[in-house]
Ligand binder design. Structure first.
Ligand SMILES: Cc1cc2nc3c(=O)[nH]c(=O)nc-3n(C[C@H](O)[C@H](O)[C@H](O)COP(=O)(O)OP(=O)(O)OC[C@H]3O[C@@H](n4cnc5c(N)ncnc54)[C@H](O)[C@@H]3O)c2cc1C
Ligand code: SF4
Length: 418
């Protein structure tokens, strides 16, 4: 085994309380136990342990926000550096791919004649499919594109998550015997009522990737884009020699900024209304962006985009941070009279995402913010239809989407076993 990996596994204390697992990891992966197996060079066993709770170790090991999740809860991190849990997980996931290790099945004979439809082949849909197929259930994924992976494939850029890792991880899941129907879009050539008639249960996992607007003057000018759409549809303009402003403070903003810089933009400036310490993006991503010469304008709000047909400049206003009653973090407030104008060619909004507008045509109850309303058991207002992942509007990360998929699979099994 790689000496560095061996040393990293030996650094784990195998704590009794396992805060990395119980508090940090959304999937509750048995982190100390899989690391113990890595330490003993038993990588097949380490993979088997991970497979009890996840089918995406090579992916989550690379792109989970570890500093906020498992590594953020690691006891070792109190006085020094936390255990490199992500790196160790990715190592085991890669080993499983290289050595063609299988996700173990535990067929339940009672479930063999049951059929479940999954709508959407992102992390939530893939994980739900895997945990159902493991038990012998006949699973069919309906996906609007001609490829699977969702935001893993068309959101997170390949310099953070290599396409080969996604392809191989998905193949391992499909090897469980899952059927896939491509180019099937719910609400267009696929109807929910047809699925509920044909299948014993349906799991909806079609995500929420429509960019949220800032609602400022000039936002409809040519040259203003939504980061999610730009990354998903890859219909980038020519960035060569251009000045690009990216508005937002999360991973999507940093991914968009780094992508545009790599595609030749002269200057990429991330504007964020709060301070650097408050930025939700991973520290490592911010550091990498700084190394790549991306600039940051903290405590600035865009108030107007100027231009006749296309973007020519943006008007910004500085903010100060104040403690508002009932708020857990400092809130930005515009400093009157601090407005200034900077030249710009493109403005990219990375302010979060929402569901598609026609979601209300599914006939399911929605939340006030237009997400699909689900109960604790992932059930929607239609008893045969379950849902999870980004479309439910909760914590939007891969691990949480996968956790929803896995837990929904358990609830679906309970429902169809009745
Ligand atoms: C740029 C970017 C970077 C990110 N970086 C990270 C990161 O580093 N770490 C992290 O944990 N999270 C990250 N995220 C968030 C993460 O990718 C999502 O939370 C996660 O992918 C949500 O999974 P999901 O399965 O719910 O939805 P999605 O991944 O959106 O998958 C939905 C699937 O449903 C399909 N679909 C959509 N509509 C229909 C329809 N009508 N009919 C049939 N199929 C449909 C889609 O094509 C897709 O395959 C990032 C997101 C973005 C946009
Ligand atoms: S908290 Fe850190 S040291 Fe303790 S078991 Fe988890 S990874 Fe190991």
């Amino acid at each position: 085994m790689n000496e560095a990996i061996k040393q990293k596994s030996e650094y784990c204390l195998n704590c009794k309380l396992k805060p990395c697992k119980n508090k940090g990891c959304p999937l509750e992966n048995d982190i100390p136990e899989f690391i113990k197996q890595v330490k003993e060079n038993n990588l097949e066993k380490a993979y088997e342990i991970l497979c009890k709770t996840t089918v995406l170790p090579a992916i989550c090991g690379r792109i989970c926000p570890h500093e906020k999740q498992c590594q953020g809860s690691c006891i070792r991190g109190i006085k020094g550096e936390p255990v490199s849990i992500g790196e160790l997980e990715a190592y085991v996931g890669d080993y499983a791919i290289e050595h063609n290790l299988k996700i173990e099945k535990q067929i339940d004979e009672k479930l063999k004649n049951k059929k479940v439809a999954i709508v959407g082949g992102g992390p939530a849909g893939l994980t739900c499919s895997a945990f159902l197929a493991k038990c012998g259930i006949d699973v069919t994924i309906y996906e609007r594109y001609d490829f699977l992976g969702g935001l893993l494939s068309y959101g997170i850029p390949d310099f953070r998550l290599p396409r080969e890792v996604i392809k191989n991880s998905i193949q391992k899941i499909l090897d469980l015997g899952i059927n896939v129907k491509y180019n099937q879009k719910l609400g267009e050539n696929l109807k929910l009522e047809d699925l509920t008639k044909t299948y014993d249960a349906v799991f909806l996992a079609f995500g929420a990737n429509i960019p949220i607007k800032l609602n400022v003057q000039g936002e409809n000018l040519k040259g203003v884009f939504g980061a999610n759409e730009l990354l998903e549809k890859k219909n980038h303009p020519n960035y060569n020699g251009k000045i690009v402003f990216v508005n937002g403070g999360g991973n999507v903003a940093i991914d968009a900024a780094r992508t545009m810089k790599k595609m030749g933009a002269e200057k990429v400036i991330v504007t964020y209304r709060r301070s650097r310490e408050q930025m939700p993006a991973e520290k490592k991503e911010i550091e990498d962006a700084i190394k790549e010469k991306i600039e940051f304008l903290y405590q600035n709000n865009i108030v107007k985009i100027n231009g006749t047909e296309k973007v020519e400049s943006i008007e910004l206003i500085k903010t100060k941070l104040i403690q508002k009653e009932g708020e857990t973090r400092l809130s930005p407030v515009n400093i009157e009279g601090s407005n200034y104008v900077l030249n710009a060619d493109y403005v990219v909004m990375a302010l979060g995402s929402k569901t598609e507008e026609n979601i209300n045509k599914l006939g399911l109850e929605l939340t006030p913010r237009q997400y699909i309303k689900i109960e604790e058991n992932f059930r929607t207002s239609n008893e045969k239809v379950f849902a999870g992942g980004d479309l439910a509007g909760e914590k939007k990360t891969v691990a949480w989407a996968a956790q929803n998929g896995r837990e929904a699979a358990k609830e679906i099994i309970k429902y169809i076993s009745k």
